[in-house]
Write a protein that binds this ligand. Sequence first.
Ligand code: BES
Ligand code: MG
Ligand code: ZN
Length: 492
Amino acid sequence: MEISLNPAEPRNWHGSVLILGVFERDLVEQIKTLELQYQKYLLERLKENNFKGKPGEVSSSHLLGDYSHKLILIGLGNPENLLLDDLRKATAIGIRESIGSKGKLGIALPWDLFNPESVVKAVGEAIQLSLFKDLRFQSKPERNTHPENFELLGISKISEKTLKEIPSICAGVELARELVGAPANSLTPTALAEKALLIANEYGLDSKILEKEDCLKREMGAYLAVAQGSDLKPKFIHLIYRPEGPIKRRLAIVGKGLTFDSGGYNLKVGAAQIEMMKFDMGGSAAVIGAARAIGELRPLNIEVHFIIAACENMINGSAIHPGDIIQASNGKTIEINNTDAEGRLTLADALVYACEQEPDAIVDLATLTGACVIALGEEIAGLWTDNNELAESLILAANNCGEGLWRMPLKSSYREGLKSMLADIKNTGPRAGGAITAGLFLKEFVNDSIPWAHIDIAGTVWSDKDRGIDPAGATGYGVRTLVNWVCSQSED
Ligand code: BES
Ligand code: MG
Ligand code: ZN
């Protein structure tokens, strides 16, 4: 797949598919110029099909003549209401409509309504990401034909850098989607660690895998407690991106890496959708996807640590019992009143380890709570942090790439709900405010002096239906926000 710019106006362009964004208000005028160029009666046909140019409407027609063979019109509504994200969605709709065609595709959108660099990045990402299809698990993969060359028409003055970043970022998202989409019998903690090592080798990252014995030496009792119920070995993954030249800031990104979450003895039942819990490593997938992109983009001045405590939450004779008391590597004792709140146990030791790297900021991503899904749904992840600057920079990074992120309160009085009669803390509080107490639990394992943010991606990791630039399935949520955020930190 190749995405390039072509200053040609759509009307002078030759290729197999032409996608045009059209506004509702001056639809008739726009179509009349198209009729002169391409095809008579287009307007009549659009009227018949009730196409008005409203956001998300699509109309495709086969053309005769020597211009494009297929014309796809996408409604954009009216310019004053248009958001950058609408252009992502419009692109995705047009691109999906082009499936089945071959050759060169041209796309013309109102590039100048926003900063053209941002539009090119948004549209470029939308093109590549909306075509993603995971065929790895089919014995006879059914490949769709689709255009291979994409030309953004009527635009030329964009920095080479912007255009070059698109495939790296998208490859990071695709990697995350593949990791999340892989079932638990294929993506084990060992397979995740092997993939991380491959990425490290390919993109020039330092790497370290801590085995169970190493974790025992570090007294990671919380992480190992979760892992002990599985026949599979835990793998603690640490990749490091080191830039060429001086280092001005050091960051740590931590991802929840449960390759399967059965719930443990508090087994998931009823509406809990146990069969979906292969996606419980979505945080770690975003971290590895971001590591791949960052290793390729090589931002200056910034060192980044990628940290994952990978394991499974299963049931066997050695699994933790509900009520067990264990000790994390910062010395805190935890009463496990619910074995299904396992992610925070693994993250506890991963966050202590992250603090030991003495970074300037830590961000963790985790499919942590069903409560977050209830609060924010499938298109918005929750953000918890006490640090306003960190919150702003993460929200800006997410907004710029169209990933939903909403700041939630880290209400300290709710810490009360985690009080244990016996140990320093319990791993779950009351049902109400469950995503908040989860964040407060994590906070216990982070040094107060290090800015830290927690992102709950339980809702955004997976999409049941095609949605904008995310085809149904694993979304790869978080990669683009993380890459944007890291790159924004490197520019300071
Ligand atoms: N992995 C789940 C969270 C989850 C639930 C993600 C639904 C995506 C969809 C997590 O380990 C979990 O089980 N959390 C419990 C916590 C509870 C026991 C306090 C939950 O949210 O039900
Ligand atoms: Mg769980
Ligand atoms: Zn979980």
